[in-house]
Write a protein that binds this ligand. Sequence first.
Ligand code: BTN
Length: 255
Amino acid sequence: MTPEKSGLSQSLLEESLAPSSVRYFDTIGSTNDEAMDWLMQGAATGSLVIANQQTKGRGRLGRTWITPPGAALALSIILHPPVVYMHRLVWVGALAVADVCNSVLINITPIPQVGVKYPNDVQIEQRKVSGILTEAAWQESKLLGVVLGIGVNLNVEFPPELQTTATNLSAFAPDLPNAPTLYQQLVIRILHWNERLASDELFNAWKSRLTTLGQRVKVNELTGVATDVTQDGYLLLKTDDGTIHRIIVGDVLLL
Ligand code: BTN
């Protein structure tokens, strides 16, 4: 899709997303890489990198993230959290995406279920519609800032291996708002939750949207029931021998 058809342009995004500074690219390798360079040059909180297409989009655990032209949102936002709360930025991203999905789906009957799969995959009807990748910049032990990267599938043609696990927002809401409006809503919700970074409200909102809790799962070679999450972001997994394991990374597979 051309930039005109996607509805994106530097000037339109600047207008929609003011007062944030925006760098818009029709094509880029990864918005997170551009945002990381900008962060290192001293970019302010809320600075945004947006692309119509990514050719080297990155996901968690070294995976590739697909952003075909005009088919998805690809945004990286620069934030400066206190170091003790930096792990919470993935909650900020997940909640912001979930809020936008819910507002887009509000008039659909029955309302599709929007949830978060631990730690931060936003799903609609148990299929992944969005992924989040945070990357931090350090100077020795000082946190310089964090890039919160968010991809949202709008109308992506998935390769065969993703067809049963991934989905698009347009599959549930055929009349989507245009991309500048979706970016605007997303940034408003990111900044809303980022202002609440230290709050129980943020933790409780993330926890309440987690569809993983109560499920039997496999994670990091351990199998058990996901019983709870902690304020510092751990998943508590109860294995069959009754042991509670605190788990922070890895892929959670529903069994
Ligand atoms: C994942 O689920 O593995 C995380 C995917 C994160 C993708 C986004 S798209 C915008 C930003 N730029 C990237 O290269 N990755 C993130």
